[in-house]
Design a protein around this ligand. Structure first.
Ligand code: ADP
Ligand code: MG
Length: 906
């Protein structure tokens, strides 16, 4: 949409305004972009989604101002009956005329002009609805009413409309609108309601709570009131009930304080939290192919402000109140006017901190919220002065530009909770499976044992039985044979007795043969029987034997099964170990991302001038110490915990990962850890320093170079590490990195590392021999002030060590190595650099160099003497000034030169 300048030319007093359509029917026109006039420097931001590119989501949005005229009331009908209204409205032209006298009037343009006939519904739609819709979209929003007491501020904002729904005010309609739009499963609304009177915040929901403090988040400047009652709203009825309680409490509190509600500001704060479906930050791991999602939440805030009567500010002046009295009548209201003036005039200083109201509304004017102001005026000519000043307030507010910013962030907490639950589940499932396997294995082993024992017992029983049977059979057959034998013997014996030794005839002989052959046949039969029996017994034995081998086979099969199950258990254990490894990697990625988010957030808060350079600021100790120590302590603790769980070795091993992204993540994690002194020793012990130096050599990626150099710079703060770095060829690696760097931030890290090494007395000669000084001087061509500051620090460190070595060890002072390496011209050129961080280091370096006579000749020829004289006179730091002065006084060569130039130096 176009925006155009419009100079209101009807009378000389018209205020020039930038206008664009503020359509009454469509809320979308409210969202139209207005070109920034430059007053949008003051931006607050929370960690917004989209991390890197800071302001891509910011949209400029001017404060919208509507004017509403109250109809004449009964008293005015009578008292002003003979007079015309002091204002005349031209709603279709969005103009308001205020009568000066009978023949002259001033005309003003507003975004919307609402006549005395405008319905509450229409007022809601043009003033509030666009703001409420923005809040539903994730922006902060403000709706505020300003005007003289009795002109309809509370009527416009706070009417409950219980007796007549058409009369409902903006607060009731706004909540109705919000509750209809949100989903009760994923979104939540809660409200607080309080008043501000004489710079004290009183809870209107819990009136005992009458001294609530305002807290500002040091990271992003967000204000909050932790002491105020916050009520979650589920339906419209409970909200209206809450407003009613608030109204009653406001009345009671004001009676107790002996004041009227027109002196206090009533503020309704609606907090909206919405989960965004379908959009997530995804971390996917290659091996599992699973995707972890950090849900996105939008946390926006709608603030509805029913201000104290505006006549308070005016009266304090016109009725001869003193300034102090005015302040106590309504400090907040006059501070609001001052802030709006400052913002409208684009002034560099906006006195936001002057009052509680302006602190509370910091985001509403000149901040990131969409703001709509309704100014209310009455028709009576008797209040022309008040009406006119209200109109001027509205006109100034129209010039205030906000930069709308969506309040969106990743919900890392819920992702982390989800991961924890998943992990617990996996572990429990694994344990359950393992236990089931063990039980199964035990059961099978027991069963097998039992079966083998059974088989053995059966076999032994059967054998025993068979043996007994065979023995019995044998015993019987032998007995039979013996009997037969005995019978036979007997028969033979009888015959001998009967016939004696006489040769008896053939008859007898054939008779006895006959009976013998019968015996033989009988015995034969018995024998055959025996043989059959034995065969049957043998078959039985074979059968049992077969059975036994069968059992043995089954047992072997069982054993196989058992060993297979054992293998399965082992596989499971492997699988578990792999899963655990993956979880560790995921955790480290999560750690990295949340750290980066935190970092980005912090940078957005500190930086603000559009540079992304700060993303590694925590690596440089000076910057780090400026940040409040307590900020994000909780997060840091959880980071340390995660890091302990993942394990340093694991993270370090990821520095050599094949995947470039993993390497970058890993080096960032290591760098962040190295920023903490407590981690440094552990990192070095685990070989981290060597790995980082190796990365400088082996990687071609500048991000890796930059982050690794930053980590090395942090490690190089410690003396033992400095020696380690030097002994591993650190200087040539750092010089090499500097020579190939394109990003000034890489140079800044490298220079920072070398600067730290320059501060070690023992390494001076080696550092210089390996080209450390030349490397530093090589980096000045980059001209980036951050880089120059590190170079200057290195030179100052080096000069300090040199001069200390000479004065403490009594070494015969030769020329400074810095001068030998040609640093002097650059030092002299930058001795008065406008950046104080560069200048300070160089001033110190000059003082150190000047301590030694061997340097004075070069210093005089190079112009350094004049810089020293300047420092001794003009330096804003007294200690440096004195040092320079003493140095000059005690040096015979400098004194002689000053004398020669006829300069009276005393
Ligand atoms: P304020 O809050 O600015 O002091 P109020 O909202 O209390 O003023 O309004 C003062 C009186 O004027 C109330 O009786 C109110 O009902 C009435 N009033 C204000 N605006 C309107 C309006 N637009 N139409 C009808 N009556 C109004
Ligand atoms: Mg009121």
């Amino acid at each position: 949409m176009s925006s155009f300048s419009y100079r209101n030319g009807i009378t000389s007093k018209g205020v020039g305004m930038k206008l664009d359509n503020y359509s009454s029917k469509s809320s979308s026109s409210f969202k139209s972009k207005v070109q920034s006039t430059g007053s949008s420097i003051r931006r607050s931001s929370t960690g917004s989604v989209g991390g890197g590119s800071k302001d891509d989501s910011a949209v400029s949005g001017r404060v919208r101002v509507a004017v509403r005229l109250r109809p004449r009331n009964a008293e005015e009908m009578v008292a002003d009956a003979d007079f015309a209204d002091c204002v005349e409205l031209q709603p279709e032209l969005k103009r308001l005329k205020i009568r000066k006298n009978n023949w002259d009037s001033d005309t003003y343009e507003f975004d919307e002009v609402l006549t005395e006939f405008a319905s509450q519904k229409r007022v809601y739609e043009v003033v509030a609805k666009p703001v409420v819709e923005s809040v539903l979209d994730g922006y902060n929003g403000t709706i505020m009413a300003y005007g003289q007491t009795g002109t309809g501020k509370t009527y416009t904002l706070g009417r409950l409309g219980e007796e007549d729904t058409a009369g409902r005010g903006i607060m009731v309609r706004a909540l109705e609108n919000i509750l209809a739009e949100i989903s009760h499963e994923t979104d939540a609304v809660s409200v607080s309601y309080f008043q501000l009177y004489m710079e004290t915040v009183q809870d209107l929901i819990d009136p005992a709570n009458d001294n609530i403090s305002i807290v500002e988040d040091p990271r992003n400047g967000d204000v909050s009131l932790p002491g105020v009652t916050l009520v979650e709203i589920r339906d419209q009825k409970s909200f209206v009930e809450l407003l009613r309680i608030g109204e009653a409490n406001r009345f009671a509190a004001n009676t107790k304080l002996n004041t009227e509600s027109s002196r206090s500001h009533a503020i309704l704060m609606v907090h909206l939290k919405r989960s965004i479906k379908g959009r997530n930050s995804s971390l996917s791991t290659e091996s599992t192919g699973k995707t972890l999602k950090a849900p996105i939440v939008r946390k926006s805030k709608l603030v509805i402000v029913d201000l104290a009567g505006s006549e308070r500010v005016e009266k304090s002046g016109s009725e001869g109140h003193t300034f102090e009295e005015a302040k106590s009548i309504n400090l907040s209201l006059s501070a609001l006017g001052k802030c709006i003036n400052a913002l409208a005039e684009n002034s560099a200083h906006v006195p936001v901190r002057d009052s509680k109201l302006t602190r509370l509304l910091r985001d509403s004017f000149g901040g990131t919220a969409r703001t709509s102001l309704i100014i209310t005026v009455g028709p009576s000519p008797r209040h022309r002065g008040e009406t006119s000043s209200t109109i001027m307030f509205g006109q100034r507010a129209m010039k205030v530009e906000n930069m709308l910013k969506i309040k969106e962030e990743f919900d890392y907490k819920s992702l982390s909770r989800k991961l924890d639950v998943q992990l617990d589940k996996l572990v429990a499932e694994h344990e359950r499976q393992q236990k089931a396997f063990q039980d199964e294995v035990e059961r099978i082993a027991l069963e097998a044992q039992k079966r083998v024992a059974d088989a053995e017992r059966n076999y032994a029983d059967a054998l025993e039985e068979e043996k007994l049977k065979c023995q019995k059979d044998y015993a019987e057959s032998i007995k039979k044979l013996e009997e037969q034998w005995a019978e036979k013997q007997e028969k033979h014996g009888q015959r001998k007795v009967k016939f004696g030794p006489v040769d008896d005839g053939i008859d007898q002989k054939s008779n006895s043969e006959l009976s013998t052959s019968g015996e033989v046949a009988k015995i034969k039969k018995t024998l055959q029987n025996e043989i059959l029996l034995r065969k049957a017994a043998e078959a039985e034995v074979n059968n049992l034997r077969n059975q036994l081998t069968q059992w043995k086979k089954t047992e072997a099969a069982r054993n196989d099964e058992i060993s297979q199950l054992h293998k399965l258990v082992e596989d499971e254990a492997h699988q578990k170990a792999r899963l655990e490894e993956e979880i560790a990697i995921l955790r480290s990625q999560l750690l990295q991302i949340s750290f980066e988010a935190d970092q980005t957030r912090r940078n957005l808060d500190i930086g603000g001038n559009g540079e992304l350079s700060g993303s590694l600021d925590s690596l440089i100790p000076q910057v780090k110490h400026q940040q409040p120590r307590d900020s994000g302590d909780g997060e840091k603790a959880s980071m340390v915990k995660l890091f302990e769980q993942v394990g340093l070795h694991k993270i370090l091993s990821l520095l050599e990962a094949d995947d470039a992204d993993v390497r970058i993540h890993a080096v960032k994690v290591v760098a962040n850890l190295a920023a903490e002194e407590t981690n440094q020793e552990k990192i070095v012990e685990a070989g981290g320093l060597t790995s980082l130096l190796t990365l400088l050599r082996s990687s071609n990626d500048e991000t890796i170079h930059r982050v690794a150099a930053g980590a090395i710079a942090n490690l190089a703060m410690n003396e033992t590490n400095q020696e380690l770095i030097m002994s591993q060829g650190g200087i040539s690696l750092l010089s090499f990195t500097a020579a190939n760097a394109e990003d000034p931030q890489t140079l800044r890290m490298v220079a920072g590392a070398i600067a730290n090494l320059c501060g070690n007395d023992k390494l001076q000669v080696k550092l210089r021999a390996e080209g450390g000084i030349m490397a530093l001087l090589g980096m000045v061509s980059c001209r980036h002030p951050d880089v120059l500051a590190q170079v200057a620090r290195g030179i100052a460190n080096f000069a300090k060590c040199e001069s200390r070595a000479i004065s403490t060890q009594g070494i015969k002072a030769g020329k400074s190595l810095l001068i030998e390496d040609g640093a002097l011209p650059w030092i002299v050129q930058n001795a008065n650099n406008e950046a104080s961080q560069i200048r300070r280091h160089i001033e110190l370096a000059l003082c150190h160099l000047a301590q030694h006579e061997a340097n004075t000749k070069d210093m005089i020829n190079g112009g350094a003497l004049w810089e020293l004289v300047r420092i001794s006179r003009d330096c804003s730091r007294e200690d440096i000034r004195t040092l320079a002065y003493r140095t000059l006084k005690s040096s015979p060569s400098f004194q002689a030169e000053l004398k020669r130039q006829r300069i009276d130096y005393g």
